[in-house]
Design a protein around this ligand. Structure first.
Ligand code: UD1
Length: 330
């Protein structure tokens, strides 16, 4: 049985669907800090499959214990964590306690129950401001904010644990920019409050919740002057976890993979593609650059393609269509 921590979240819920559809049995938990039971029910409805689910919190070991006590867990896919960069700057201790200490709690339970395989939800943010692109897994790491630092710390902790036990198996998955939603429209990205990321903000502008989208800078050294990112459809990302799971079940030690498409799109590419495929206007204004943004982030996904046999298949139109399909009637 595969334990999915943070199952009700954006990537957790899509991965749960992919796991169930590929015939795996799962158990999940979430604390619903930034998600809701609706996502758990939607996963069950979408797949027609039931699974044990717990309300539990990484920072409360005893709340997680029944998950390990009552289920025979063979591997963990660890999504649970806080992920807002701005909030992490304002509340660093909350981020270190939840993400770092919480993961230590999870690992201690894994040790106690002899569970030695884990895939960890990391981020391309651990590459800091790379000097060149595309980025390969051996690029140097740095953190420009507490959120990124929690991910780097956890990567380091997992590497240290691996050194103590030759049977331990870890896969670190460094996501680029996940967007899009399941084609059913039942699960997707549902951020609380005002979102920070580009696609949720495009959606809010299209719905009229925001009057216009702020384009953070059109003077970058890119073809149209706006920032370029490696956007990846969340369903492709979810499938990457299935491939990673096969890897941790057949290997030991630490493996690191970029999960991206290797193709970059600008802010204007997103706005224009979204408007065209959904036939809806997205008004925008150009503003100064956002502090901390880099001009271009782009993955080299070759290692994941070659070693995991995984490749991102969905294009930007799919990403824009499905994102809108999820939010348009909410
Ligand atoms: C951000 C986080 C990163 C996190 C990732 C996924 C920062 C500095 N980085 O990455 O740590 O892993 O989200 O959650 O917050 N943009 C606009 N207008 C907007 C919003 C964004 O022009 O209203 C632009 C940005 O300048 C950037 C691109 O859109 O060029 C993508 O931004 P965003 O979706 O926030 O992702 P990242 O900044 O790449």
């Amino acid at each position: 049985m595969i334990l999915v921590t943070g199952l009700a979240g954006y990537i957790g819920s899509h991965t749960a669907v992919a796991l169930l559809n590929s015939g795996k049995s799962i158990v999940g938990f979430d604390n619903f800090y930034n998600s809701s039971p609706d996502a758990v029910n939607a996963v069950k409805k979408l797949t027609g499959k039931d699974f044990p689910f717990y309300v539990a919190d990484l920072t409360d070991v005893e709340s997680m214990r029944p998950v390990f006590e009552e289920n025979k867990i063979s591997a963990v896919i660890h999504f649970a964590g806080l992920k807002a960069v701005g909030e992490s700057v304002a509340k660093p201790l909350m981020y270190y306690q939840n993400n770092v200490s919480g993961t230590v709690n999870l690992l201690q339970l894994m040790m106690e129950y002899n569970v030695k395989r884990i895939a960890f939800s990391s981020t391309a943010t651990v590459y800091g401001e790379p000097k060149v692109v595309p980025i390969t897994e051996d690029f140097p790491n740095s953190a420009t904010n507490p959120y990124a630092r929690t991910k780097l710390f956890i990567e380091g902790i997992l590497k240290d644990v691996c050194k103590t036990d030759p049977e331990f198996s870890v896969v670190l998955l460094r996501y680029f920019n996940p967007i899009g939603a399941h084609e059913s429209g039942l699960i997707g990205e549902n951020p609380n409050g005002i979102p920070n990321n580009l696609m949720p903000r495009i959606c809010q502008t299209a719905k009229g919740i925001m009057k216009s989208l702020t384009v953070f800078g059109d003077d970058y050294p890119t073809p149209d002057g706006t920032g370029i990112r490696d956007y990846i459809h969340v369903c492709d990302l979810a499938e990457g976890h299935i491939a990673a799971l096969n890897k941790i079940q057949t290997s030991t030690g630490v493996q690191i993979y970029n999960l991206g498409t290797g193709v970059g799109y600008s802010v204007y590419d997103l706005i224009h593609t979204f408007s065209r495929v959904n036939e809806i206007n997205v008004p925008y204004v150009v503003c100064p650059r956002r502090a901390g943004d880099v001009p271009i982030l782009l993955s080299n996904p070759k290692k994941a393609n070659d070693e995991l046999g995984w490749i991102a298949k969905r294009d930007l139109e799919d990403m824009c269509r499905s994102s809108w399909n999820f939010v348009k009637d909410k």
